[in-house]
Ligand binder design. Structure first.
Ligand code: ADP
Ligand code: MG
Length: 311
């Protein structure tokens, strides 16, 4: 197979590991910077070009779409989908997972455990919103933040009101969330591929920090998930429509609470903590999907011929 890793940075650990896994599996790997792809849209003949090359030879893609390029990146993934190329994640699910509010709404609709979360627009509703999530301390989040940036812990109601008003004043959309004290700066990242947890780690925030993101100085170790945690992670990925997902959860007295579902989860932390080859799991999924597609092809071609002969 010709498998493309869509990534704007070929030096990232995850990009390099995917290339390695593709090549050790006997396929051809190509890193494609999706920000430099351009598309042709016309009846029955969708195309993608990259640095003058027509990408019609690509059989499967692993999208690694960063937060700053969600719109353009998912449009490129969608174009590959239109061309019947197998993707590690659907474009629609990538867009869905990028918005923390949308993610929480979908997970809540699927009946999954979550921290109590509120969303409002007007400053006059802030007091009520704060009580809705159980008062201070509480967590305030920018809808499209990532790697812990834009996640603030407000210890008092006064601090919360000021921060919320400041965010509104700057025209930012935020959500307000119950602070899960039991978490004590730790969370769990479950890496899900095709309905299975292929690795899990516990992340612990550095001293004096409540955000356990590795980018914020957190550390990681392997963890064995409870049956509940495993089931929640799998259901969360499924509800979001993601085949490859990094599901972040907080253990609490009321069971696992899901914080977010990432569509381009990093490999470095999880592979180091678990000692597992996670990249290969994604390649195995693409192989299975590609085989299904190939097996279905002769039938669709047959159908087309039959249909045409009737005309
Ligand atoms: P990001 O997308 O920036 O990673 P998250 O929602 O995952 O944003 O939050 C970052 C980190 O902050 C989490 O991994 C967790 O350690 C901590 N955190 C987030 N929300 C809460 C909460 N409601 N209660 C306690 N800790 C939280
Ligand atoms: Mg996170």
């Amino acid at each position: 197979m010709n498998i493309a890793v869509l990534s704007t940075n070929r030096n990232l650990y995850s990009t390099k590991r995917f290339v390695e896994a593709i090549e050790t599996s006997g396929h051809q790997a190509q890193i494609i910077d999706h920000s430099k792809c351009y598309v042709g849209i016309q009846q029955g003949n969708p195309t993608i070009h990259y640095r003058g090359q027509d990408l019609a030879h690509i059989d499967a893609i692993i999208p690694r779409i960063g937060n700053s390029l969600t719109f353009y990146g998912s449009a490129i993934v969608r174009q590959f989908e239109v061309m019947d190329v197998v993707s590690a994640n659907p474009s629609q699910a990538i867009t869905r997972s990028r918005d923390k509010l949308r993610c929480m709404q979908i997970l809540s609709g699927a009946g999954l455990g979550l921290p109590i979360t509120g969303f409002a627009r007007s400053v006059s509703d802030v007091d009520d919103l704060i009580s809705m999530v159980g008062g201070a301390p509480l967590v305030i989040k920018l809808l499209e933040g990532t790697q812990g940036i834009g996640v603030v812990l407000a210890e008092t109601k006064k601090a919360a009101s000021s921060v919320i008003e400041a965010f509104y004043g700057l025209g930012n959309n935020i959500l307000i969330q119950e602070y899960i004290k039991e978490a004590k700066g730790t969370d769990i990242r479950a890496f899900v591929v095709d309905g299975k947890v292929v690795g899990a780690m516990k992340r612990t925030a550095k001293e004096g920090e409540f955000r356990s993101n590795l980018h914020r100085g957190g550390s990681a170790e392997i963890v064995k998930l409870t049956r509940d945690e495993k089931a929640s992670a799998i259901s969360a990925a499924k509800a979001m429509g993601l085949t490859v997902a990094g599901v972040d959860m907080l253990p609490s007295v009321r069971g696992p609470l899901i914080l977010e579902v990432n569509s381009s989860p990093g490999l470095e932390g999880i592979e180091a903590a678990t000692g597992k080859d996670i990249a290969i799991e994604v390649v195995r999924y693409l192989e299975r999907q590609y085989a299904v597609k190939q097996a279905a092809k002769p039938i669709s071609v047959k159908r087309k011929i039959k249909k045409e002969s009737k005309l």
